[in-house]
Design a protein around this ligand. Structure first.
Ligand code: PGA
Length: 250
């Protein structure tokens, strides 16, 4: 049985007090839900405070990024152990916004994934094609390359600790979602690709989440697909009622 997970990616939104208010609201609505697992990913500046607030609830904490080194002279960066020690369990890696605006390559993502696992964080590894690739019929080729590059040299044991998020770039923040069938097709493609390399058991145990304009209205259709194990939610995770509806759609 694969773990079902709903993740709220707050991106660069919410000051400290605003983040506390949102977290408090969500504790009220989904703070006792353990199926699906609920993970909140506030910005770095709110992680410590939200960590204290969610103690005693069923909610897990995630970060939106981390650096690929354990410590040292890397001004402005955040090491995975710093996250772990304040109560962070998950970390989003290779989000398309990081790949696009901060030039993160598969090699960088792969380094981060390995260090996250070594440190004890669960990486949420994001992949997804742009509209050009989809229109050219190259979605699978492109996503296959991202999967191989981002997870490349992991052992089977390491792979089992990873969560994957398929987020078509053309669906992120655009209000345009993949249909449940389109998303399912890519999820099964990813699972088969991992199966070829790691065997069916490893591939079958990995949670693969969908992301891209998921909201309270479209979540149930997406989440009813056999290979969609949850959602990575951006915009709608900032609204208590929408996010709560998504969590209760599983
Ligand atoms: P969105 O973002 O739900 O606002 O499309 C999803 C994401 O980027 O993780």
């Amino acid at each position: 049985m694969r773990l079902k997970i709903i993740i709220g990616n707050w991106k660069m939104n919410k000051t400290g007090p605003e983040a506390m208010e949102l977290a408090r609201g969500l504790i009220g609505t989904v703070g006792k839900t353990d199926r699906p697992r609920v993970v909140l990913c506030p910005p770095f500046t709110a992680l410590g405070d939200v960590a204290k607030l969610i103690k005693g609830s069923s909610i897990f904490l995630g970060a939106q990024n981390m650096y690929s080194k354990e410590s040292g002279a890397y001004t402005g960066e955040i090491a995975p152990a710093m996250l772990l020690t304040i109560g962070v369990s998950y970390v989003i890696l290779g989000h398309s916004e990081r790949r696009e605006y901060f030039s993160e390559s598969d090699v960088i993502v792969n380094d981060k994934v390995k260090l996250a696992i070594k440190t004890g964080l669960i990486p949420i590894v994001c992949v997804g094609e742009k509209l050009e690739e989809r229109d050219a019929g190259l979605s699978e080729e492109f996503i296959g390359r991202q999967i191989d590059g981002s997870l490349g040299d992991l052992t089977e044991e390491e792979l089992k600790k990873v969560v994957i998020a398929y987020e078509p770039v053309w669906a992120i923040g655009t209000g345009r979602t993949a249909t449940p069938e389109m998303a399912q097709e890519i999820h099964i493609f990813i699972r088969n690709r991992l199966g070829k390399r790691y065997g069916d058991i490893a591939a079958g145990t990995i949670s693969i989440l969908y992301g891209g304009s998921v909201n309270g209205g479209n979540a149930a259709g997406l989440l009813s697909q056999p290979d969609i194990d949850g959602a990575l939610v951006g915009g709608a995770s900032l609204k208590i009622d929408e996010f709560t509806k998504i969590v209760s759609s599983i």
